[in-house]
Design a protein around this ligand. Structure first.
Ligand code: GZL
Length: 325
């Protein structure tokens, strides 16, 4: 079981989100290419599955407007075939740059080769792809999900004592954040063999998915001490299931999640969640700056890692009033 949770005295140097990629550029910045034409960007979004995704979409749309970039936007409803269709449509429309968040890591080489042959640069945002051909995209802007999983696992190692049974609510099967958050978490908890993942299943990053899977875990598992949810939304779904089973979330069953969206931070401040690892969705400003460079043929770093922190219950109470999403 976990020993009494003490509020962490440590102050985590959090990224002041206004400095990390939110806030709008000067209104009407000229999003034009070298010959003065307006830059058109085709963006193929994963879907609208979570609070994180909503904030990410808003950041991209707001910052495109602020940068004077003409944004063509599509929502793939978490289906890879819809993202591929959208990318093909952007190629036919001869956009100047394509950006997207790959719903899963594999199956992109063919369509990205088509974009390359059409001389349209591609930027990966949020999630990565698993491809040997690094020439298929100019850069990958997003979080280090393995690091996020390690932060979650590290907190549990610091706060658990004795046999601790963990149930894991995984993100979308095959998605980079699901694969890497699992990997980082398992790497860290290996330090304490008493901490065991007794059940692990995808809730597809949605609140309903998290609730359904948690209901099944509560029926099948004789002893659950901790929920590790790959995002806040599944953690919030798990809270509903835990309450319906007559248990107290945050006390009878501790909860660790990733994202730090407003609903998650509110549950953390209320004591229903015990720890949240932040995943910054405000990628819009950095994406537009990268897009202007790649359209002009300027060099960009192959990897841009977003800065993000972690929150205890006390830190959530202090941070909530300033949160932008
Ligand atoms: C992470 C992002 C994940 C979020 C989820 O960068 O891809 O997808 O953690 C979202 O909330 O659904």
């Amino acid at each position: 079981m976990l020993k009494k949770i003490t509020t962490a005295a440590s102050v985590i140097a959090l990224c002041a989100l206004t400095a990390c990629g939110s806030g709008s550029g000067g209104a009407g910045n000229n999003g034009t290419n070298a010959s003065g034409d307006t830059i058109t960007m085709g963006f193929a979004q994963v879907g609208a599955e979570s609070g994180w995704r909503t904030a990410n979409t808003k950041s991209i749309q707001d910052e495109a407007k602020a940068a004077g970039i003409d944004l063509k936007f599509s929502d793939a409803q978490q289906k890879q075939e819809n993202q591929i269709k959208a990318i093909r449509s952007y190629i036919q429309q001869k956009v100047k740059v394509i950006a997207f968040s790959p719903v899963v890591e594999t199956g992109w080489d063919t369509v990205l080769l088509e974009a390359k042959r059409a001389n349209i640069p591609v930027i990966l945002t949020d999630r990565a792809i698993d491809s040997d051909d690094k020439s298929l995209y100019k850069t990958f802007l997003g979080s280090d999900f393995v690091e996020e999983g390690k932060k979650a696992g590290d907190w549990l190692v610091q706060n658990a004592s004795g046999p601790t049974n963990v149930v894991e609510l995984q993100g979308t099967t095959g998605a980079a954040p699901a694969i890497d958050r699992k990997k980082g978490f398992e790497e860290k908890i290996a330090a304490k063999p008493d901490i065991k993942i007794v059940a692990s299943q995808t809730g597809d990053f949605t609140r309903s998915g998290g609730k359904q899977v948690m209901e099944a875990f509560l029926k099948s598992q004789p002893k659950i001490d901790v929920v590790y949810a790959h995002n806040d939304d599944m953690g919030l779904g798990a809270i509903e299931a835990i309450k319906a089973a007559g248990k107290v979330p945050g006390k009878d069953i501790k909860i660790i999640t990733v994202d730090a969206v407003k609903d998650g931070m509110t549950a953390l401040a209320n004591g229903e969640i015990n720890y949240i690892v932040e995943c910054n969705p405000l990628l819009g400003k950095q994406l537009m700056e990268l897009a202007k460079k790649v359209v002009k043929g300027e060099e960009v770093p192959p990897r841009v890692v977003t800065v993000e922190g972690t929150f205890t219950q006390e830190q959530a109470k202090a941070a909530l009033p300033q949160r932008q999403y």
